[in-house]
Design a protein around this ligand. Structure first.
Ligand code: F6R
Length: 242
């Protein structure tokens, strides 16, 4: 794994946006694997600026998102579909039909998961995947030890730690869905290149576990060291326990 330690969130976001822009310029119909959460927002803003300045073109780009709460209406302002439209897609010349986020309103979640995986395969896989890391080492919504390391896209139960971390965004914790549809570790591993971002002291334990702990389903991010092309871009605070 390549590790880049930077000063702060802003620098992390700049570096990540540079790498994404290079991929987009080298392959105008690239498939981008995207994440939600606070971590990639700075990168998304940087990429939107590059688009505004005419440095990159999203007209042929395709995107697939890692995960979505389940069940949730895509129109709900806490859904990941809503998040992506508002924070990224609406700022670009991307065709929304080329953007894929798991459907939180599907009535047939298991069939949907199979279909999602085959959509990714039909694109020839993901060219570059962005990941954040949960405080408990989760990637996507692959929670510690929940489903092993061989899962493809699946429905998963969220852990109390994730529910606690994310319920602040809902009007009341009871309104937060307790399940999610997520790409599995095996789906993530099919990406040709992976960039994982971490910023802030709240991520320091997860980064230590990922880099210094055993490779184990107890820290899903730890398996990334087995992928052939992973870059961690991490600020000093997130790296402070190494
Ligand atoms: C979101 C996702 C999650 C987040 C992680 C970190 O699509 O897959 O794994 O990346 O929970 O969230 P933030 O960035 O909010 O700290």
């Amino acid at each position: 794994m390549k590790i880049i330690v930077v000063k702060n969130y802003e620098e992390m976001s700049n570096r990540a946006a540079e790498i994404f822009a290079e991929t987009i310029n080298a392959k105008p119909d690239a498939v981008l694997g995207l994440a939600t959460g606070e971590t990639p927002l700075g990168m998304y803003n940087n990429l939107a600026k590059k688009y505004e300045y005419g440095e990159i073109d999203f007209s042929r780009i395709r995107t697939v998102n890692l995960d979505e709460y389940y069940p949730i209406d895509p129109e709900n302002n806490q859904s990941y579909r809503y998040f992506m439209n508002r924070n990224f897609f609406s700022k670009l010349n991307i065709n929304l039909k080329n953007t894929f986020v798991p459907d939180g309103s599907t009535k047939k979640p298991d069939a949907f998961c199979l279909e999602y995986e085959s959509i990714i395969d039909s694109f020839g896989g993901i060219d570059i995947q962005i990941l954040g890391i949960g405080r408990n080492g989760h990637i996507g919504f692959n929670e510690p030890s929940a489903e092993g390391l061989h899962a493809l896209t699946h429905v998963t139960e969220l852990t109390p730690s994730t529910i606690e971390a994310n319920s602040r965004f809902f009007a009341s914790p009871d309104l937060m869905p307790k399940h999610a549809i997520t790409m599995g570790i095996k789906s993530v591993f099919k990406a040709k290149k992976i960039i994982i971002l971490a910023s802030g002291v709240t991520k320091a334990d997860a980064i230590r576990e990922m880099l210094r702990g055993k490779i184990s389903a107890m820290c899903p991010a730890s398996v990334l060291s087995l992928h052939q092309d992973v870059t961690l871009i991490c600020d000093k605070d997130a790296y402070s326990k190494i």
